[in-house]
Design a protein around this ligand. Structure first.
Ligand SMILES: [Zn+2]
Length: 284
């Protein structure tokens, strides 16, 4: 893991020097734009459309468009001078309970490890947070950007989730088409709740995987090996007509309660029967 930031956590007058590491990594397979004729990856140039020239970095400023076509310009050091930017600190302002923070606020997670000579303070903060069960809400400034963060303990590591400011969260009232008064059919509700019950299982993240990424990687490997690519036809979507039949079919197809995906491998005989049943219901 490489250090993405170095600074200190402060709570009260206590300073805890830390190094920061990304806790997550994006595994998306990235592709580049290639010129079909020759196979070269495209180069990008920063071009001024008025002078029709490529512009060097030293001739580039940042500009904010305050009204259409009009910009105020900033130099790098001007932007660094405002706020607490450049202040290498994770400042804990409050302590709260984790369940008070809705997941909508969470952005990205980092691990924090004690920096040189900071082990005592680090351990103290870690153990105090663990025993109190509290989450620290902190203000951070990293690379001329200020953000809020939740500081919490994962196993034996202090970690940090950057969180959105409240005014960055869009209000639910802007979502179109939401029901005002909720009315549902009692029978359908009972069945929907049964279906939830049947699919209920402890959260085991290990059982979920990115099927698209796996398929894409297989396709890439086949292409590299020079195999002819055949695309499998799309699986046909079941054409379910009404809610009740959809619920009945789902209940029939779902594994028994509490077993989750683990019991999906039912005996072939039974599986076949269920499928036929589900199909019959769909049509009716
Ligand atoms: Zn120009």
């Amino acid at each position: 893991m490489h250090t993405v930031w170095k600074g200190a956590i402060s709570f009260g007058l206590v300073h805890v020097p830390v190094k920061m590491f990304s806790a997550t990594e994006d595994k998306d397979i990235s592709m580049r734009y290639i010129h079909k004729d020759c196979g070269s990856p495209l180069a990008y140039i920063r071009k001024c459309p008025v002078h029709d020239v490529e512009v060097e970095w030293e001739d580039i400023a940042k500009g904010y468009e305050y009204e259409k076509g009009r910009f105020v310009l900033f130099e790098k050091d001007e932007l660094e001078s405002i706020g607490s930017a450049g202040n290498k600190e994770i400042k804990i302002l409050d302590f709260v309970d984790l369940n008070e923070i809705d997941p909508i606020y969470f952005q990205k997670t980092y691990y924090l490890s004690p920096d040189s000579a900071g082990a005592n303070a680090y351990n103290l903060l870690l153990e105090a947070m663990r025993q109190s069960g509290k989450i620290g809400i902190a203000q951070i400034s990293i690379r001329s950007k200020s953000s809020m963060a939740a500081i919490r303990v994962i196993d034996n590591c202090i970690s940090m989730e950057t969180i959105f400011y409240p005014d960055e969260i869009r209000p639910i009232s802007q979502v179109p088409n939401l029901p005002q008064a909720i009315q549902v059919n009692d029978k359908e509700l009972t069945m929907a709740k049964m279906l939830i019950e049947q699919l209920s299982t402890p959260f085991e993240p290990g059982k979920y995987k990115d099927q698209y990424r796996e398929d894409l990687m297989n396709l890439i490997q086949a292409k590299v090996a020079g195999e002819e690519i055949k695309v499998a036809p799309q699986q046909q979507q079941t054409n379910v007509i009404d809610l009740m039949s959809a619920l009945q079919a789902s209940l029939a197809a779902a594994p028994p309660a509490g077993k989750g995906a683990a019991s999906a491998e039912a005996a072939p005989e039974e599986k076949k029967k269920r499928k036929t049943k589900a199909k019959a219901k769909d049509i009716g």
